[in-house]
Ligand binder design. Structure first.
Ligand SMILES: Cc1cc2nc3c(=O)[nH]c(=O)nc-3n(C[C@H](O)[C@H](O)[C@H](O)COP(=O)(O)OP(=O)(O)OC[C@H]3O[C@@H](n4cnc5c(N)ncnc54)[C@H](O)[C@@H]3O)c2cc1C
Length: 385
């Protein structure tokens, strides 16, 4: 089916990005993969290309676009080429919306130009060793100093994407104890300078997939955070998180769909070349049926993603709809990538083949940004169950 979700600007951006990936990423991707990290310089290149500034308002050095569809194009093109840009999607697709929505004018002037250029890389730290799905249970604290000039931050975070390269991290911390009738009260967002004394980056975590993404542990020991770096109102952080999670989940849904589509493409190429029992694997009826079934699932995911993208750009995507899109598209991707890997036989298990990396990379889509089980809870609640 013809996609109507992208306009000429989106498609022009896609063409530029595709050429950039071919020229600047594909030739060096094996080095990144072996090193387990995207080189810091690459983020300056994304800044120069305008990738980071698309949704940054013009007065702060960006292009001032409002459409989230540009982020979808980035995700689709990276998946198509079988590459990843590391923590850069967290930088723009996750962190930037918080800054645009809740930063003061003075804060925007300080931070947004660096977001657009790639000079100030952002990450967001919600998850803690003891709590992920149940964010209201977080233990990291930020106590206001007696003179009211700064917060004193103590605690630890884990699984933080972009945690090694980050220059600023939006840290979710308790500035007040929970209320008896509201566990979510008392959480605030602090934009912490990673060069602060007492701020430490722990292990770069060894993951089964997303090898070029720098996922790290962070710890804070009496880190002084100026009150000027509080994002939004004190104690209201949880509601801010709730407002941005639908976009994060839509982004993951797009990722699942795009990876499933790429898997079908990789498998179709592979089975045409591989000969077994004297004929191409593509000639077996089972292969055709498997790929046809996968294509049908990808088409369905595409329809869901496109409707959700339209709804989101129109400001209408609800939390339950975003959860539904994430749940569906990531479960489709899980099934499709597994079946496409199977068609590769043993080579599908080798990391030098993109399908093996896709298999490992995709697994986390059903976990981060809220697990599939949490998505079901949100949908069920919306159904009145
Ligand atoms: C590669 C990677 C990158 C990440 N990047 C970031 C990041 O940049 N920033 C950040 O803050 N976090 C990040 N995360 C954390 C991620 O969002 C959490 O891992 C996720 O929310 C799940 O939390 P958890 O790992 O603590 O699992 P848990 O909450 O301990 O869940 C364990 C199991 O219990 C299930 N469960 C939980 N609650 C319920 C319930 N009520 N009913 C039924 N089942 C339930 C879950 O579905 C899961 O199966 C990242 C994680 C990974 C793996």
């Amino acid at each position: 089916m013809r996609r109507t979700v992208f306009n000429e600007d989106h498609e022009a951006f896609r063409a530029t990005l595709r050429a950039f990936i071919e020229a600047e990423v594909v030739p060096v991707y094996e080095e990144w993969y072996a090193a387990g990290i995207v080189p810091r310089d690459f983020y300056y290149k994304l800044g120069e290309l305008g990738v980071f500034g698309i949704e940054v308002p013009e007065e702060y050095g960006g292009a001032g676009e409002e459409s989230f569809k540009f982020q979808a194009v980035i995700t689709e093109e990276a998946a198509r080429a079988g590459v990843s840009f590391g923590g850069s999607s967290v930088h723009v697709a996750l962190c930037l919306p918080y800054l645009k929505a809740y930063a003061t004018e003075e804060q925007k002037k300080r931070w947004l130009p660096g977001v657009a250029s790639g000079e100030t890389m952002f990450a967001i730290a919600m998850t803690e060793p003891g709590t992920g799905s149940d964010l209201a249970g977080m233990k990291t604290t930020a106590k206001l100093s007696e003179d009211g000039t700064h917060y004193v931050l103590n605690g630890a975070k884990t699984f933080i994407t972009g945690g090694v390269h980050a220059d600023r991290v939006i840290v979710c911390a308790r500035t007040a104890p929970p209320k008896e009738d509201d566990r979510r009260h008392g959480i605030s967002l602090l934009v912490v300078d990673t060069r602060s004394e007492g701020y430490a980056v722990g292990r770069k975590l060894d993951k089964m997939g997303l090898k070029v993404s720098d996922t790290a542990e962070l710890s804070f020991s009496d880190v002084k955070v100026p009150v000027e770096d509080l994002l939004g109102e004190e104690h209201k952080g949880f509601s801010y998180l709730g407002q941005n999670l639908p976009q994060e989940r839509l982004g993951i849904a797009v990722g699942g769909y795009a990876q499933a589509k790429a898997a079908v493409r990789f498998a179709q190429q592979y089975v045409a070349d591989r000969t077994v029992f004297g004929k191409p694997v593509a000639a077996f009826q089972n292969t055709k049926f498997e790929l046809a079934a996968c294509k049908a699932e990808v088409d369905a995911a595409e329809a869901v993603v496109d409707r959700a993208l339209e709804a989101h750009d129109a400001g209408e995507l609800t939390a339950a709809e975003a959860a539904s899109a994430k749940l569906f598209c990531t479960e489709v991707a899980h099934r499709v990538i597994d079946r496409c890997l199977q068609l590769h036989g043993g080579y599908g298990y080798m990391n030098e083949y993109p399908i093996a990396r896709l298999y490992a990379d995709n697994r986390v889509n059903r976990i981060y940004g809220g697990t599939s089980e949490v998505m079901k809870m949100i949908i069920a609640k919306d159904m009145g169950l």
